[in-house]
Design a protein around this ligand. Structure first.
Ligand SMILES: C[S@@+](CC[C@H](N)C(=O)[O-])C[C@H]1O[C@@H](n2cnc3c(N)ncnc32)[C@H](O)[C@@H]1O
Length: 251
């Protein structure tokens, strides 16, 4: 159940963050990839919120995700647009492609779903090995301040006669391990009746920027740049709530 996106979690994600819903990230990633002539990979591509607009912008992108429900949403949305659906079911720690990529992107902090530092280092090495020489890993990390944010209001979405609800409760915060564990309880209601419920244990590990740069260098990445709040100038400001780290594979 930990960090698994089941049927209701994926449905809610798709209602809340449909294809093209941007936090500034889609434009930012499109700009960073504009000169990239080689194929691009998006691990944890989810419902295709980012992947599909990049595909429509002419970027040769493919993705994978661990959740069959998320991949099904992505495939359906590709089909509805007459696009190929270049998404596979695979995991961070075991994906394999016969080709190497010019860039690997992970928006929305999905890398933080890997909560064990040793596993995170192994995945970074896997990304490095999947990149062409000079290829770039570009991923988002939340500010460490998220460790202190514990109250999330209840949320609901209506679609036709259906109501989806989500209640999130923080179970544990470890400042030592830089992790948070939350319970996300999803419910599907119709005409006042509960049709289904689903529980997701949402476990995240946040990273300090220097710590992450050291991790990247320890597995062999070279030049590292940091951007704050999707600003094109790489001034990682103190107050930024999200950081995008770009690391280059040795040429
Ligand atoms: C927050 S969603 C991100 C979706 C999309 N990248 C976006 O920006 O909207 C996180 C995704 O990570 C996927 N995920 C979780 N653990 C994973 C793993 N070990 N390997 C691959 N994908 C994983 C989930 O299934 C989910 O679709």
């Amino acid at each position: 159940m930990e960090n698994t996106y089941g049927t209701l979690a994926s449905w809610v994600y798709h209602l809340d963050k449909p294809i093209g819903r941007s936090f500034g990230d889609i434009e930012f990633y499109r700009e960073r990839l504009s000169g990239c002539r080689e194929p691009v990979l998006e691990p944890a591509a989810g419902n295709g919120r980012v992947l599909i607009p990049l595909l429509e912008a002419g970027i040769d992108i493919r993705g994978f995700d661990a959740s069959e429900d998320m991949v099904a949403h992505c495939r359906r949305e590709c089909e509805a647009r007459g696009l190929p659906s270049p998404v596979d079911i695979a995991r961070f720690d075991s994906f394999e492609y016969g080709t190497r990529f010019g860039a690997i992107i992970i928006p929305t902090g999905s890398f933080q779903l890997i909560t064990e530092p040793v596993q995170a280092l192994a995945v970074l090495k896997r990304f490095l090995d999947a990149l062409l020489p000079g290829g770039r890993l570009i991923l988002d990390l939340d500010a460490l301040a998220c460790l202190g944010e514990t109250v999330t209001p209840a949320r609901q979405w209506r679609t036709g006669e259906d109501i989806l609800t989500l209640v999130e409760s923080r179970v544990e915060t470890s400042f030592q391990r830089q992790t948070t564990l939350s319970q996300l309880r999803y419910e599907h209601w119709r005409a006042g009746r509960l049709l289904a419920s689903e529980l997701q244990f949402f476990h995240l590990r946040l990273w300090g920027l220097l710590e992450f740069e050291l991790a990247l260098r320890s597995v062999g990445f070279g030049k590292v740049r940091v951007f704050g709040d999707y600003r094109a100038d790489d001034a990682a400001e103190e107050g930024a709530s999200i950081f995008t780290v770009e690391a280059v594979a040795p040429g």
